[in-house]
Design a protein around this ligand. Structure first.
Ligand SMILES: [Zn+2]
Ligand SMILES: [Zn+2]
Length: 327
């Protein structure tokens, strides 16, 4: 027990000593695919702000219920939060596991919340989802937009934009997700940053330099201890064949990408250049076998494979639905 407690304290110290916390992140849904109710969605705000920005919206109301029950929302109830304190939703790409919760809640949102995405993603949402065929359209653009409950805002790549009604700015970076357009969001508050990735393949697999471009952008922030966390997907186990990754990462590719970053941050000491950096592992895809074989837990196995490959000492964090992180 005592040993456990000490281990826990060391973990707490090592993650919080990286830099003094500025951001609160509340995971509303942490998984990719398969099981509904716990799909990619995170709230982020600064410690002193009342308003959150949503990063994706795979699970929304369900995630808020769980977070409320776990007292991660400063006692604000689901209705209050949805109407007043989540003025903006950043959507990384138009896949359902990043979108369903927001779509289901959309008819109830009344405070002209802003739904933000890069142009390709916004076009996909307006053409294929909010079209009165798959779902209604309650916003101010697209097919018969008469209700105007929400504002759709397409934003350009690689430019800083203020997130409406929050104290945060965002810069969108393109990602390649099996060739499809996806996004990473660099979130800024004054001189502090968090980096969130939507679904992405590795540069080596996607034949792209999208990840490398992002690493070049954030390397100076890491040198100055201004980047508080990276939220990066790791969908599959290492046993997933490369031709069945469908634009995702496995632990080997995840760590290879972070090693690339480490080498840019400090080429002469890459083994230590990311030491202690909090890396939140998102979008693990559970498998059906987890339900039939009690020894199987894909989430635990992915974290285990990541830990074994973590020769650069990043602080790996497995987020839990509704449990707030201060970073
Ligand atoms: Zn996904
Ligand atoms: Zn996807």
């Amino acid at each position: 027990m005592r040993k456990l407690l000490i281990t826990f304290l060391v973990l707490m110290l090592s993650s919080s000593s990286y830099c003094a916390p500025v951001f609160e992140i509340v995971p509303l849904g942490v998984n990719g695919g398969l099981r509904d109710g716990n799909l990619s969605a995170y709230l982020v705000k600064t410690l002193d702000s009342e308003n959150y920005t949503a990063l994706d919206g795979g699970s929304l109301v369900r995630g808020l219920e769980v977070a409320f029950a776990k007292q991660s929302l400063h006692d604000k109830n689901v209705d209050e939060l949805l109407q007043k304190h989540i003025p903006a939703y950043l959507i990384s790409h138009a896949h359902l596991d990043h979108l369903m919760g927001l779509v289901m809640a959309q008819p109830e949102l009344r405070e002209k919340q802003t739904i933000i995405a890069r142009t390709e993603t916004m076009q996909a949402l307006l053409k294929n989802v909010f079209n009165w065929s798959v779902w209604g359209n309650f916003g101010d653009d697209g097919e018969i937009p008469r209700l105007n409950y929400q504002h759709y805002q397409s934003i350009p790549l690689l430019q800083w934009i203020a997130v409406p009604n929050t104290n945060l700015d965002v810069k969108v970076f393109p990602l390649s997700h099996a060739g499809m357009a996806s996004s990473a969001f660099l979130i800024r508050y004054k001189t502090d940053y968090v980096l969130y990735f939507g679904d992405t393949g590795a540069d080596s697999v996607e034949k792209s330099i999208n990840m490398e471009n992002i690493w070049n952008e954030v390397a100076p922030l890491i040198r100055n201890k201004q980047l508080h966390a990276i939220m990066l997907e790791c969908s599959f186990l290492n046993s997933q064949p490369e031709d069945k990754l469908f634009g995702h990462l496995n632990p080997k590719l995840f760590m290879a990408e972070l090693r690339q970053l480490a080498a840019i941050v400090n080429p002469s000491d890459f083994k230590n250049s990311l030491r202690g950096l909090p890396v939140i592992v998102t979008h693990i895809k559970p498998r059906l076998i987890d339900f039939s074989n009690s020894n199987e837990d894909t989430g635990k196995r992915v974290i285990n494979e990541l830990s074994l490959g973590n020769d650069i000492g990043v602080t790996l964090i497995k987020p839990e639905q509704g449990i707030m992180l201060s970073l």
